[in-house]
Write a protein of this length. Structure first.
Length: 277
């Protein structure tokens, strides 16, 4: 009885119990670490993935090959983590950060906007819901590489000839052009992309007319143009694109919510930069 009251005995018994408990936990942990469990759910996922890609159910050989690949990847990834290969690796860090951002996005619940909120979004972001200005025109090209110093004079003479007679054969006028000679309802930004901003701006300022106008300078040379129609940019009415406005509002709200959730995660950590007080 005296032995049981001895503090040293209590210490030894406590230490023994702790050691036994740790050994049991360690054995279970080691067993878990050395076991690759392929669950029924994982098998179903593999089969579904194969079916979606191949359009048919996988055979036994297909399943065996997929499970073999899964086990191979899991074994190699565990061994890599055991050796610390996942530390100080920028690619892995970025990949994990990307996956975490997806998790944050998936957990967020999308709010349902009210009509007033969508009306306000439509009114304050008209650039998102505007049909672009479009132009319909024909042009005759004059190449400085071909005509040299006479390019402007030739263009002016041709302009006078065209407007003096409606029977002039257009195919014989000007120089060969690598793009189209006629454009129908083409967005102004596309005109700028193909011909340059200066040409697009000057063309958009012309009046619609049956007569030829110009010459207008482009990135290629000079052009005589006949502007057949010009439709200005216009904001699409709200009720015509309600679904589009709702989708746009939700995407913006989701971005804001996701960024706030990420900032909340960052706020849990204290950032210290070595060498900076």
């Amino acid at each position: 009885m005296k032995l049981l009251r001895d503090p040293l005995t209590h210490f030894v018994l406590a230490a023994t119990l702790i050691f036994v408990a740790y050994s049991v936990w360690q054995n279970r942990s080691d067993k878990a670490d050395s076991t690759i469990l392929v669950t029924t759910g994982e098998l179903e996922r593999l089969a579904a993935l194969y079916t979606s890609e191949a359009g048919a159910l996988p055979s036994e050989a297909d399943m065996a090959a997929m499970v073999s690949d899964l086990v191979r990847d899991e074994a190699l990834s565990r061994e890599a983590r055991r050796l610390g290969l996942d530390r100080d690796d920028t690619i892995i860090t970025r990949r994990l950060a990307q996956k975490m951002s997806f998790v944050v996005s998936d957990l967020a619940e999308d709010p349902e906007p009210t009509r007033d909120e969508m009306l306000d979004w439509h009114a304050t972001h008209t650039e998102r819901f505007t049909t672009p200005a479009t132009l319909t025109f024909s042009h005759i090209y004059f190449s400085p590489d071909v005509r040299g110093d006479g390019t402007e004079t030739d263009a002016a003479d041709t302009l006078a000839q065209l407007n003096a007679s409606s029977a002039t054969a257009l195919d014989n006028l000007g120089d060969p052009f690598m793009l189209q000679r006629q454009y129908g309802d083409v967005p102004l930004r596309e005109v700028a992309r193909q011909f340059g901003g200066e040409f697009a701006n000057e063309l958009s300022e012309l009046s619609v007319s049956d007569e030829w106008q110009g010459p207008l300078p482009s990135a290629f040379g000079l052009h005589l143009v006949k502007l057949e129609s010009s439709t200005p940019a216009s904001v699409i009415p709200f009720d015509d694109i309600l679904d589009q406005v709702r989708k746009d509002w939700l995407e913006n709200s989701r971005r804001i919510a996701n960024e706030q959730a990420i900032q909340d995660i960052i706020a849990r950590y204290t950032v210290e930069i070595e060498g900076v007080e």
